[in-house]
Design a protein around this ligand. Structure first.
Ligand SMILES: Cc1cc2nc3c(=O)[nH]c(=O)nc-3n(C[C@H](O)[C@H](O)[C@H](O)COP(=O)(O)OP(=O)(O)OC[C@H]3O[C@@H](n4cnc5c(N)ncnc54)[C@H](O)[C@@H]3O)c2cc1C
Length: 389
C-alpha cells in the first residue's frame, strides 16, 4: 500500500478548494490554509461559475448556486445600436453567490477529514517552512502568488486589466435566467449576470490602454447605456488583474522543489475575458492526475499545452477589438453562436474550426496584418503580445 502523502494547500478559494478535494479523493492528508474567514470572505468576481460539475456540492440555492443559467447572450454594439449577437448555451454553469459556495465547499472538505485552517494567512517565512514539512505545497493564492512574493518576482504577472463589479437590484425578469455580455468599441466588455429576477452582478472590464481615468463614472455610464441599474459606489469592487505569465516554454512555471501553482497563481485565467474559475478547477484536477501518476514534472507542460488553443482564440479576439473592428467581432460572434460557453475556453478548437468553415470571414480576419502577426506568434509559441508593437 502506498504511503499517504501530506499535502498543504495555501489559498482556499476555488483553485485551492478544488486541489484539496482532488488530493483528499486520492486518500492523501490535506491541510488547507485560507487567509480570510469563510463567513466574511470578500470575493471580487462576476460569480458566473462554469464547469460547476467539478464542484462536489449539490447545486442548490442553499449551497450558493442561485441561477442555473441556460445561456449567455452576447452582443456587440457599434456607435449606438447592436450590430451583432450570438447566444452561447451554458450546460454546466450557474450564477452564484460565490462566497456561499466557497463556505459550503470548505465545510464539505472539513467533514471529509481535510484540516481547514481559515483565518490563517501564510507569511513568506511560513511558506518556506511548509515546503519542508509537507510532501507537496500547492500555491493557490491567486495573483500575484505567494511563490512569486517569496522569490521577489511579482513582476512575472505583467500587464493588467481593470475590472469593476457590483451587486445591484432591479427588475431583470426580461432577461432572467439568461445572462448578458456586451462588447463596445473598447478592449473589454460589460456584463449582467442575474442571480434572481431582482438581483444581479453587473460589471465592466477594460484592458490596459483602454482603462478610463474615472473608473466609477465609466462603470455607471456603461450601465446607463445598457439600461441596467446604476451601481452604488460603496458596493462596487475594483480589481486590477495582472495578465499572468506567458505560455512561452522558457517561462512556464516548473515545480520549484515541491511547490506547485494552480489557478490564478499559475496565471491561467483567460487573457481576454478574465474568466478563471473553470481554469482553476481544471488545473487542480490535472495536478492531482500528474501527482497520482508520479509525473509531477509533467504538470506545467501539460497545463500550458492544453491552453494553447484558448490563448490563440483569445489573442485573436483581442487583436480584432484592438484594431477597432467591432464589425468583424459581430460576425465572429454569429459564426460561433451555439457553441457552449465553457467549450470556448476548454475546447476552443471548436470555435476555430467553426471559423474555418466561414472562409470569407477567415479571409477578412487574415487580411488584417495585426491578426496575421498574432496568429504567427501563437503558432511559434511567442505569446508576449504587446499593444505597443
Ligand atoms: C472582477 C472580476 C470578475 C470575475 N468574474 C469571473 C466570472 O464571472 N467567472 C469566472 O470564471 N472567473 C471570473 N473572474 C476570475 C476569477 O475570479 C479567478 O480566475 C478565480 O478567482 C481564480 O481562483 P483562485 O482560487 O486561483 O484564486 P483567488 O480567487 O484569487 O483566491 C486566492 C485565495 O488565496 C487566499 N490567499 C491569498 N494569499 C494567502 C496567504 N498568504 N495565505 C493564505 N491564503 C491566502 C485568498 O484569500 C483567496 O481566498 C473574475 C475576476 C475578477 C477580478
Amino acid at each position: 500500500m502506498r504511503r499517504r502523502r501530506s499535502i498543504a494547500v495555501v489559498g482556499g478559494a476555488v483553485g485551492g478548494l478544488a486541489a484539496a478535494t482532488e488530493f483528499r479523493r486520492l486518500g492523501d492528508d490535506v491541510t488547507l490554509y485560507e487567509r480570510q474567514r469563510y463567513d466574511e470572505k470578500r470575493v471580487n468576481c462576476g460569480e458566473a461559475m462554469t464547469a460547476a460539475s467539478g464542484i462536489p456540492l449539490e447545486k442548490t440555492a442553499e449551497n450558493g448556486f442561485l441561477n442555473p443559467v441556460p445561456s449567455f447572450r452576447v452582443a456587440v454594439r457599434g456607435d449606438e445600436t447592436v450590430i451583432g449577437s450570438g447566444t452561447f448555451p451554458a450546460r454546466d454553469a450557474y450564477i452564484t453567490d460565490r462566497n456561499l459556495v466557497e463556505r459550503r465547499w470548505a465545510a464539505w472538505l472539513a467533514d471529509r477529514g481535510v484540516d481547514v485552517r481559515a483565518n490563517h494567512g501564510v507569511s513568506k517565512a511560513e511558506f518556506r517552512r511548509l515546503g519542508g514539512e509537507y510532501d507537496l505545497l500547492v500555491d493557490a493564492t491567486g495573483q500575484p502568488s505567494l511563490t512569486s512574493k517569496v522569490r521577489a518576482a511579482t513582476d512575472e504577472y505583467a500587464g493588467r486589466m481593470v475590472a469593476l463589479n457590483a451587486d445591484v437590484t432591479g427588475d431583470f425578469s426580461a432577461l432572467f435566467p439568461h445572462s448578458r455580455i456586451v462588447f463596445e468599441g473598447y478592449l473589454g466588455y460589460e456584463w449582467l449576470f442575474p442571480k434572481t429576477e431582482t438581483r444581479a452582478n453587473v460589471g465592466v472590464g477594460w484592458h490596459e490602454g483602454d482603462v478610463p481615468d474615472d473608473y466609477f463614472a465609466a462603470f455607471r455610464a456603461a450601465c446607463e447605456r445598457n439600461d441596467w441599474p446604476k451601481p452604488d459606489r460603496s458596493r462596487t469592487n475594483v480589481a486590477v488583474i495582472p495578465r499572468g505569465p506567458s505560455l512561452d516554454p522558457a517561462r512556464i512555471y516548473r515545480p520549484e522543489n515541491n511547490v506547485v501553482r494552480v489557478g490564478d497563481a499559475a496565471g491561467i485565467a483567460n487573457r481576454f475575458t478574465g474568466k478563471g474559475i473553470s481554469q482553476a478547477i481544471h488545473s487542480a484536477s490535472l495536478l492531482a492526475e500528474c501527482v497520482a501518476a508520479g509525473e509531477l514534472d509533467e504538470y506545467p507542460d501539460r497545463l500550458h499545452r492544453g491552453m494553447r488553443a484558448e490563448y490563440l482564440l483569445s489573442s485573436l479576439v483581442t487583436t480584432v477589438l484592438d484594431e477597432g473592428r467591432t464589425d468583424l467581432l459581430a460576425d465572429l460572434l454569429s459564426a460561433a453562436s451555439g457553441i457552449d460557453i465553457e467549450a470556448i475556453d476548454r475546447k476552443p478548437y471548436r470555435a476555430l474550426i467553426r471559423l474555418l468553415s466561414h472562409p470569407s470571414l477567415a479571409g477578412r480576419l487574415l487580411s488584417i496584418s495585426a491578426v496575421r502577426t498574432s496568429v504567427w506568434r501563437a503558432l511559434r509559441d511567442d505569446w508576449e503580445y504587446d499593444r505597443t508593437n
